[in-house]
Design a protein around this ligand. Structure first.
Ligand code: FAD
Ligand code: NDP
Length: 531
């Protein structure tokens, strides 16, 4: 009781004499601010802000919004340089404008087209032959959604009192950012802490015509005219997803693969995605490389390429979409002005626990070396960093076992090690691979192809069969794998997985039914439906 009275007195004294509680107690470094804490005061004495965030994308915005919760004074710089084709967009970064969100919407549009064709088998009285996509309507709907998110983001920043500065920032010194405004005018801004969250932009291969005539993921989601017959160069996430939804929307899609599909992923799963895409009509040119892109008189693009035998070939396309990886926008920050260490081969920031070699300069998101380029990773790391800077937290980002999904037509979700990596890390004798093909119930009536509906669980043979990796190819793979990722975070073992009661009839329950090991050589073909 006495304690409570003392606390009440302290609170009312603090309200009455708020100024007293400002400097020097609230210097910017790791002060345990509560949500009701006073604003950080180093801004009043030395710097304009406690934190300047360079980049208003997934990671930067998450960090900024979290930092203001603890009383920090924060400014976010966000500036989008137009793509070589002239495409530009608003606040929110890659994911919102030219990444996850428009991609998922176009993927969904393609899935709906597939569903329309299946619905006749379920009794819907439609003529699937007359159904076709209006690219203009789809693009408009997608762009309207994107613009609404841009607007909500601006309002949210204003409400939370995060200052949004629409300028391209670069380092003058380790506490000073030069902002190049839209007018070209330069202004100086200072902060105690600076967070680099500038993400990346698509790379272009060094071949004639690529920059002039090809588009990238920066352009496809707002393309004025329907893409038509499209060549997608690159077989990573973006290449597979774009070729997949374009084909699903009814456009002729060709995927040009330099070496392998989805480098870094479980190679069996990756090959199954390719097989499924081919069955759906995507043409795949394996071990092929484009050498030149020319514009013809009719506006179509003539692509010169070499096939795997070194033969020089050509084909004509309406659109060439390049998806050969992304480069971080770090050189534009003039890192040399502060001696910021970048990895020479990639220009990514060399950071441990998001801390660069310059003590008050941090980095999150796609600019980080050796970390997954995924939105939730950027967001999580940004939030945790803000808590460490302004709320005395010590929690670090855990980049291990981050789940991910490739939104190919038949989706692929995974978490943990691939079979290939598990063998490298532990040796074949120490791991058990459980696998199964399965038949989604909803595939029966329209007689959809089930040959690639497949999953595998990789477990250690020792340590109570701790699960090392889970892989799922099938409908709604992202939804399926998310919960299992949480289970793996809690040290899921194979016996625990098997003792989990499934939800019937779902595709996710197949993980609770898997029992055939690869080692046994037994047939992993589907078990019976309901027993
Ligand atoms: P970004 O979101 O890229 O934000 C950086 C911002 O900084 C940008 O607005 C940029 O214009 C701005 N900027 C750059 N330089 C400066 C400067 N000097 N001054 C001021 N502003 C600057 N991830 C998923 O998890 N799931 C998905 O399904 C998924 N799909 C994707 C699909 C595509 C086509 C692409 C391209 C990416 C996809 N990603 C997906 C990846 C995801 O978009 C990124 O990992 C995420 O956006 C990275 O966030 P970030 O904060 O690091 O950078
Ligand atoms: P990736 O790095 O995933 O893949 C790049 C692809 O381009 C590889 O197949 C690579 O082949 C190929 N390539 C590289 N250089 C050339 C070249 N000169 N000519 C031909 N092919 C080339 O990059 P993405 O652009 O697909 O995606 C970038 C990142 O964005 C991803 O890593 C991912 O983290 C994120 N993302 C996430 C998504 C999701 O979560 N669903 C969706 C989309 C993107 P090779 O193997 O031979 O090097």
């Amino acid at each position: 009781m006495a304690m409570l009275t003392l606390l009440t007195k302290l609170v009312s004294f603090r309200s009455a004499h708020a100024k007293l509680f400002e400097y020097p107690w609230s210097r910017c470094n790791a002060i345990p601010y509560g949500r009701t804490a006073m604003a950080c005061m180093c801004t009043e004495h030395k710097f304009m802000y406690d934190l300047i965030v360079l980049g208003g994308g997934s990671g930067g915005l998450a960090a900024a919004k979290e930092a203001v919760n603890y009383g920090a004074k924060v400014a976010v710089f966000d500036f989008v340089s137009p793509s070589p084709q002239g495409t530009s967009w608003g606040l929110g970064g890659t994911c919102v404008n030219v990444g996850c969100i428009p991609k998922k919407l176009m993927h969904q549009a393609a899935l709906l087209g597939e569903a329309i064709h299946e619905s006749a088998a379920y009794g819907w009285q439609i003529d699937p032959e007359t159904v076709k996509i209006s690219w203009e309507a789809l693009r408009t709907a997608v762009q309207n959604h994107v613009k609404s998110v841009n607007w909500v983001t601006r309002v949210e920043l204003r409400t939370k009192k995060v200052e949004y500065i629409n300028a391209l920032g670069y380092f003058k010194d380790k506490h000073t950012i030069m902002g190049v405004m839209k007018t070209g005018q330069e202004k100086e801004f200072t902060a105690q802490h600076i967070l680099i969250a500038v993400g990346g932009r698509p790379r272009y291969p060094n071949i004639p015509g690529a920059l002039e005539y090809a588009i990238t993921s920066d352009d496809i989601f707002s393309l004025e005219k329907p893409p038509g017959k499209t060549l997608v160069i690159g077989a990573g996430y973006i290449g597979l997803e774009c070729a997949g939804f374009l084909n699903g929307l009814g456009f002729e899609a060709t995927l040009m693969v330099r070496s392998i599909i989805l480098r870094g992923f479980d190679h069996h799963m990756a090959n199954s995605i390719a097989d499924d895409m081919q069955k759906r009509g995507v043409k795949i040119l394996f071990e092929a490389q484009a050498t030149k892109i020319e514009k013809q008189k009719d506006g179509r693009l003539l692509v010169h390429y070499k096939n795997k035998d070194g033969q020089a070939l050509t084909d004509t396309f309406d659109t060439v979409l390049i998806a050969v990886g992304r480069r971080p926008l770090t050189r534009e920050l003039k890192p040399e002005n502060i001696g910021l260490k970048l990895i020479p081969e990639t220009d990514k920031v060399d950071a441990v626990n998001e801390e660069s070699n310059v003590p008050n300069v941090y980095a999150v998101g796609d600019v980080l070396s050796g970390k997954p380029e995924l939105t939730p990773v950027a967001i999580h790391a940004g939030r945790l960093l803000a808590r460490r800077l302004f709320a005395n937290s010590t929690e670090q980002m855990d980049y291990v076992n981050v789940a991910t999904t490739v939104f190919s037509p038949l989706e692929y979700g995974c978490v943990g090690l691939s079979e290939d990596d598990a063998i490298i890390q532990y040796g074949e004798d120490r791991i058990e691979v459980y696998h199964a093909y399965y038949k989604p119930t909803e595939f029966f009536i329209p007689q959809k192809d089930v040959t690639n509906c497949y999953l595998k669980v990789i477990a250690l043979r020792e340590d109570d069969e701790r699960v090392l990796g889970m892989h799922f190819l099938g409908p709604n793979a992202g939804e399926v794998i998310q919960g299992f990722a949480a289970a793996m975070k809690c040290n899921l073992t194979f016996p625990k997985l098997k003792s989990t009661v499934g939800i019937h009839p779902t595709v996710a329950e197949e993980f609770t039914r898997v029992s055939v090991t690869k080692r046994s050589g037994l047939d992993p073909k589907p078990q019976s439906c309901c027993s």
